[in-house]
Design a protein around this ligand. Structure first.
Ligand SMILES: CC(C)(COP(=O)(O)OP(=O)(O)OC[C@H]1O[C@@H](n2cnc3c(N)ncnc32)[C@H](O)[C@@H]1OP(=O)(O)O)[C@@H](O)C(=O)NCCC(=O)NCCS
Length: 415
């Protein structure tokens, strides 16, 4: 998409020591630009099969887990590497519900951020950083201590996002409730009313869908940070920074904007949605842009998360009986995939999770500004699980680079 910052020029060389086309050394190492295809660790948390379009969350197919599990149970699965018993499930819900409140200092900072109208992801990043203030035992690096920390941090993500969202609208934040699920309480804190069960379910399905996804960029950042034996708060702060970018978690807002822009164009031109979508893709690519919600580093077929969220959207929209937006999204999707295949043959650019994220979160009633922070609320579970896994592995992640700068510069300060 134009102007999203997603079109920075890339270094296309893949062999070290090449400058201006001249090779320096015949034995120069291969460089995996962007770490494409590089495996940096093992994990028991999720398995992504990009060719078959499959995603397993700790051994359970996403299509089974996402629409059926409570988000807290998905967290238990990731944190403990097994399905909880009903007692363990209830205990975790209770423990996390009791950890939702955030300190006044944090709320004051969020208020200052809202007054300056900073983006919600920046507010979340700053808010999470303040949670070091309430760590009861900062020096406790035991497994139990880190698990408690994971619970305490994940429990507070919704409170931070909801409080900031309300402050931005000039409204007072709403205290969390302890009798609602993680998902339902998030919506309650945003709106002040208890959500309908189907709406809370849709959000819970969304959280489960995005809870973990292999070695994605933000998860990698979190693991790199704790690999230096740094702390979990620092890891989450870094991960939020990585998720914010339009090539990662920042795509669903622009994806929905695109659908609405195409619909507006179709209304104005009296052409079909499919024709306008086709024209939109051609224009965007001709301008050097990308289509948000399409293409993926790992998936070369349709992202399985898109299917899960498309189904969640069907169920969500069944409540109102209005399928107009859903039908429009499907039409745009088919046209975009067709035109991308024509313009970018062989790149295998299919629908990714963000396209349907936009539809589900919009259907739930969230503003586009909340799409990426809501992604962070769900992904926080996976980040903490990876942090725990990385702490257990205890190996510094430190790749290498190849110097391609000058070697003969002289040192002289300019006058
Ligand atoms: C996700 C993404 C960053 C993966 O990128 P990647 O694995 O690094 O792939 P590359 O950037 O090397 O792209 C390969 C080719 O496909 C093109 N391409 C990739 N995604 C594209 C998109 N969404 N729209 C148009 N072209 C795209 C690139 O321009 C490139 O074309 P080229 O070979 O002619 O230069 C990329 O597909 C993208 O930018 N998608 C849109 C943002 C998005 O939806 N992000 C959410 C991901 S879940």
């Amino acid at each position: 998409m134009e102007g999203t910052g997603s079109n920075r020029p890339r270094n296309r060389g893949d062999r070290a020591g090449t400058t201006g086309g001249k090779r320096r050394r015949a034995s120069a190492p291969l460089i995996a630009h962007g770490l494409k295809g590089i495996v940096v660790s093992t994990t028991r948390l999720s398995h992504v099969d990009g060719e078959r379009g499959e995603l397993l969350i700790a051994g359970i197919p996403l299509a089974v887990l996402a629409p059926n599990a409570a988000y807290e149970d998905a967290l238990f699965l990731l944190w403990h590497d097994r399905v909880p018993t009903p007692e363990e499930s209830a205990a975790l819900r209770g423990e996390m519900a009791a950890l939702r409140a955030v300190p006044d200092t944090t709320l004051r900072l969020l208020r200052a951020a809202a007054e300056r109208a900073v983006p919600a992801m920046d507010a979340l990043r700053m808010g999470v950083a303040t949670l070091s203030l309430i760590d009861p035992a900062p020096g406790d690096d035991s497994v139990a201590g880190n698990l408690r920390r994971a619970m305490s941090l994940v429990a507070r993500f919704p409170t931070l996002v909801a409080a900031f969202a309300r402050m931005q609208e000039g409204l007072a934040p709403i205290e969390p409730r302890t009798d609602l699920s993680h998902a339902a309480n998030y919506l309650y804190m945003l709106t002040g009313s208890e959500p309908a069960a189907a709406v809370a379910r849709a959000l819970e399905t969304y959280f489960n869908t995005v809870v973990d996804h292999g070695m994605n960029a933000s998860t990698f950042v979190a693991r790199v940070i704790v690999s230096t034996r740094s702390d979990m708060v620092s890891a989450l702060v870094g991960a939020i920074g990585a998720l914010k970018g339009p090539l990662h978690g920042g795509a669903p807002g622009p994806a929905l904007d695109m659908v609405f822009a195409i619909a507006d164009r179709a209304r104005a031109s009296a052409r079909s949605i499919a024709d306008e979508a086709d024209a939109y893709v051609r224009e965007t690519l001709a301008g050097g842009g990308r289509i948000m919600g399409f293409g993926h580093r790992v998936y070369k077929v349709r992202d399985p998360r898109a299917d899960v969220l498309a189904q969640a959207a069907v169920e969500l929209f069944a409540r109102t009986g209005d399928h107009t937006l859903y039908d429009m999204v499907r039409t745009v999707e088919a046209a975009v995939v067709r035109t991308l295949a024509e313009l970018k043959p062989g790149r295998r650019l299919e629908t990714n999770v963000e396209f349907y994220t936009a539809l589900v979160l919009h259907g739930i009633g969230l503003s586009t500004a909340l799409f990426t922070p809501t992604f962070a609320v769900g992904r926080a579970g996976g980040w903490t699980a990876h942090v725990l896994e990385q702490i257990a592995a205890d190996q510094l992640i430190r790749p290498d680079s190849v110097y391609i700068g000058p070697r003969d510069r002289t040192w002289a300060l300019s006058a």
